[in-house]
Ligand binder design. Structure first.
Ligand code: ZN
Length: 179
């Protein structure tokens, strides 16, 4: 449902008035061939989520950057996340929205802590499934602290967006384990 042909990577422009900024009509796509985060997007394309990790001091950071802010090393590597995490916070964007996003509202943009990476917050849409896409979970259906499972929504031939599915089964078993 949220798919943009590759040839529309530069948002299609429709200028209503000469001299004004053109209106963004299609969903903006990330640049996936930048040296700093190319590996991140390549992994997403393969269905894996990576966190940038400094090879000198072990500092982890997201989004990827050219330098480690802890030790200033530029020797940066990657660690793969488990495909599960916890909802740390979320927002529900309301109109006015860019035209490409308006039909998807209300949708949920979450901040997820991937399991094993407590200092990392991943931004991602909360979806019922990759097929159902953005806007397929109602805000009333989720709560901060919910368990989440990683999925990828394909936006273009070479762009897979990491998104998260509420993991009800996982949450239920955790509740049962509590005394
Ligand atoms: Zn470092």
């Amino acid at each position: 449902m949220w798919s943009v042909p590759k040839n529309q990577r530069s948002a299609s422009t429709g200028s209503c008035c000469t001299g004004h900024e053109p209106m963004i009509e299609s969903i903006p796509l990330p640049i996936v061939d930048d040296p700093v985060d190319r590996a991140f997007w390549q992994a997403c394309d393969e269905g894996r989520l990576l966190v940038q990790t400094c090879t000198q001091c072990g500092h982890r950071q997201h989004p990827p950057r050219a330098m480690c802010p802890a030790c200033r090393s530029m020797e940066l590597g990657w660690q793969e996340c488990a495909p599960t995490g916890q909802l740390w916070s979320y927002v529900v964007p309301h109109p006015p929205l860019l035209p490409a996003f308006a039909p998807l509202a209300p949708y949920i943009v979450g901040l997820i802590i991937p399991d094993g990476f407590p200092g990392i917050r991943m931004v991602g849409a909360i979806v019922a499934s990759a097929e159902e896409g953005i806007g397929s979970v109602a805000p009333a259906e989720i709560a901060i602290g919910d368990r989440m499972r990683l999925t990828f929504v394909r936006l273009a031939e070479d762009v897979a967006l990491p998104c998260w599915v509420p993991d009800a089964a996982c949450a239920l078993s955790e509740r049962e384990e509590k005394p």
